[in-house]
Design a protein around this ligand. Sequence first.
Ligand SMILES: [Zn+2]
Length: 231
Amino acid sequence: MAKEFSEDTKNKVLLWSDRHCCLCKKACGVDIQVHHIIPKEKKGTGVIDNAIPLCYDCHAKVHYSSLQGNSIKPNELKRRRDQIYEEFTHHLLSPVMFLLTQRGGREFPSIGFDIRNTGNTYPIGVRVDLYAYAKRKEIHFKKGENGYYSGRHIWNLNPGKGFINANFILPDYMMPVGFTELTAEEQSSYKLQIRIKLTIIDILEREHELLPEGFIYSPTIQSEQKWYAEP
Ligand SMILES: [Zn+2]
């Protein structure tokens, strides 16, 4: 990994901070520098997570305080920086609606996944990470098995469009043993849960991780959907 920040990295962090200092929050215009949180002498690299935009004053003070053995810890710098990034990019986050469904007589373990950008302004990219509770632990889709649900593939969601109606097969390793042979009542009482974590990528290519949301499979309920939300 290169030690210096690439032009693309600098460009991104200055956009994400809207050229504000990530320590004192001053609007800096051109008087801003991109600082290494872990210094190059201490094996800090040019990776974007090691970058923080600072005004000239704060940049000098951060260097001076680390000489005095009184430095702000990297973890605090990153959290402050992330707060600033969030403040100047959260308006780019379009609301997303998604659900699991067996609508149209879809037979388990084929599961419908509907997702939609419900905003009317910004396009977004979304990574979908799907987990199931089976064998008493949370199991993620295997990397490589289905990139659409293991976070690798980026779903493009434009504003003002309807739902994308997608689907996937829940693989055996994510299900309790013998689950498909159970009766609908038995399957319902088992409360098979799927949790979905979305990561939204805004038009400035910043990733926003949302909290995971759970759904319980219940083939006996009236609704055609057969999955209900479990917060
Ligand atoms: Zn500053």
